[in-house]
Structures are given as C-alpha cells and as structure tokens.
Write a protein that binds this ligand. Structure first.
Ligand code: AVJ
Length: 318
C-alpha cells in the first residue's frame, strides 16, 4: 500500500468531533477533553475490567440492587411497556429489568453502532418474543422514537451513574431531553452514585492494579493512534481527586515533566505538574438526586439503596 493511501485511510478513521474536542481541549486552560472519548475498543474493554475491580463498587452494587428490587419495580410499571435504554453499551444490566417488568419492546439507544448491533443480538436471542429496536443516536439530544411504539407506555433506563459524567446544568438538560423523547406519563429508572467518604471514592477511581490509570492513559494512546499524535505516554500519570466543593471525582492526566508534542501537526507544550482534565464523576446525596430529577422534569416516585447507602436506583415519573 502506498504511504499516501495509508495516511488517507488513517485520517478518515478519526471522528471529526474527536479531533475538534482534542485540539480545542488541549488549548483550553485548564486543559480538558470530554470523557466520552475514553470509549474506543480498548477503552471499552478497560472499562469492563474496571467494573470487576474490588475497589470499583458502583457496578456490582447497582447490579445487586436491580436484582433485589425486581418485584418492587414490577409493582410500579405495568407489563408490556417499551423499555428504552439510554447509552445501552453492552446492555449487561438490561436482563434484570426485562425480567422484572416484562416489556413488549426494548429500544437500546447508543452512538456506537457496533456495540448496539452486538448487544441487540444478545438480547434478541435471550428474549425471542420481545421486539428489539436498536436505535443509533446521540441520546443527549431529543430522540424520535420508532413509530411502532408510539402508543406503548415508555420506561427509560439510565443505569451506571452515567448522569454523573455531566455537570449539573447539562445533566438537567439531558433529563429534559429524555422526558421529551419518552413523553409525558413515561417513567425513568436511573442509577446515581452517592456522596461518600473519599477513602472509598478515591480508590474506586485509582485502583491498586492500575486499571483505571490504563483507562485514563488510553485516551492519549487513542490521540496518538487516530490524530497523528506524538504524545510521549511516559510523560503523563493518572490522577484521581475528590473535589468536595463540587461533590465529584475528577480524573486528570498530569505531566510528570515538561513535555512537547504534536497532534495533527499542531504543536503543544505542557509544563510539569500541569494536567489535562479527562473526567468528572458527580455524586449525589438523596436530596441532591431528587432536586436534579425535578429540575429535569421528573418526579421521583420510589428509590432504593444498598444497606451501606453506596448507590441509589430511583424511579421517576414524567
Ligand atoms: C461510566 C461514568 C459511570 O464515572 O464511575 C469509571 C466511568 N471512570 N472509572 C464512573 C469511570 C473511571 C464511570 N461511568
């Protein structure tokens, strides 16, 4: 293959939004790149590994909760509804909700088409009598749901405390968009991580095995791969800090020395100690969570937590 062809091939791989977010983010002060770009193939695999870490309590706590509250959920949601999952990813928690509420249709919404087709097939195989309508879309915008489920009651599912990645105002906008997509009278099952002691929070984002560090650093590797980056990966280290003022875990990539590199032929210099802010993971106390939901147009009707109060699953009504 000619060099030119290879470069063309590589250039066309890069998402223009990724390019814009990286080039812009490296110019900002403080520097910041949106967390959604963690999830390439490698990043998604690393995230799966994170969910199994001893320190990372959210996934196992929420999964156990969903298993336990099945019959409670069924009491709040009539069978035959359409279950709409926002950012479905690998849909691992979905069967717990399907078993509980017996929906007539499942609509996974995700920006990653590959992930969507794969997980839709898995769910279809497991529930052959349920309609599966995968929907490739950016769920942060208003989504025009398939006509097939127009007159079916809708129940949204937004697990994993994904809402925590957003600043409070965009989080409210997202909840409003979901309400708009699902319609008045619909329900939402949402998972939110709670505020707790930093001695529990920080290790969940800075594990002993270094998996979260690898997850964070993969963003730089992705920039090198997809945007002709020359970032020396050994010049950055993973940092996870609890910002008590804003009730959030922040992940950063901190330069361990003065470093210069290029991304798409543009030069950047970062001084030792400076960071690139890569993720926020906001935590919500019981009242905070209810205020956020109400601001987003949702009325909380029931909520469940684990015995240690680590994580909450909330059912709300539009
Ligand atoms: C997928 C956004 C819920 O914030 O806990 C895990 C992502 N980042 N470890 C979280 C994440 C580092 C995760 N969410």
């Amino acid at each position: 293959m000619l060099k030119q062809e290879m470069e063309d091939g590589q250039a066309s791989l890069a998402d223009p939004q990724f390019r814009a977010d990286v080039l812009n983010g490296l110019t900002l002060r403080p520097r910041a790149i949106p967390a959604r770009w963690f999830y390439d193939r490698r990043g998604s695999d690393l995230f799966e590994d994170i969910t199994r870490l001893p320190e990372y309590y959210p996934t196992r706590t929420e999964t156990a909760l969903l298993e336990q509250i099945g019959s409670d959920l069924a009491r709040h949601v009539a069978p035959g509804a359409a279950l709409v999952e926002f950012g479905s990813g690998s849909s691992t928690k979905t069967p717990l909700v399907i078993d509980a509420i017996q929906p007539s249709a499942y609509v996974p919404i995700d920006i990653s088409g590959d992930m969507l087709r794969e997980s839709s097939r898995v769910v279809s195989d497991r529930y052959p009598n349920m309609l599966v309508l995968p929907f490739e879309a950016d769920f942060t915008r208003l989504v025009d749901l398939p006509r097939t489920i127009e007159s079916t009651p809708k129940i949204g599912f937004f697990p994993g405390s994904t809402i925590g990645n957003l600043m409070p105002r965009p989080a409210v906008d997202l909840l409003r968009a979901m309400r708009g997509s699902l319609g008045e009278g619909s329900r939402l099952i949402i998972g939110m991580d709670r505020i707790k002691d930093p001695s529990v929070l920080v290790p969940a984002y800075d594990d002993a095995a270094g998996v979260t560090a690898a997850f964070n650093c993969n963003l730089l590797a992705r920039i090198n791969r997809e945007l002709e980056g020359t970032i020396p990966l050994d010049a950055f280290r993973h940092r996870a800090i609890w910002n008590d003022d804003r009730a959030r875990i922040e992940m950063h990539l901190e330069a361990t020395r003065d470093v210069s590199f290029e991304v798409e032929e543009r030069p950047f210099s970062i001084t030792a100690g400076e960071t690139i802010h890569t993720e926020n993971s906001h935590k919500y106390g019981p009242r905070d969570a209810r205020i956020l939901l109400r601001a987003g147009g949702w009325t909380p009707v029931a909520e469940w937590t684990d015995p240690d109060g680590l994580f909450a699953v909330i059912l709300a009504e539009a």
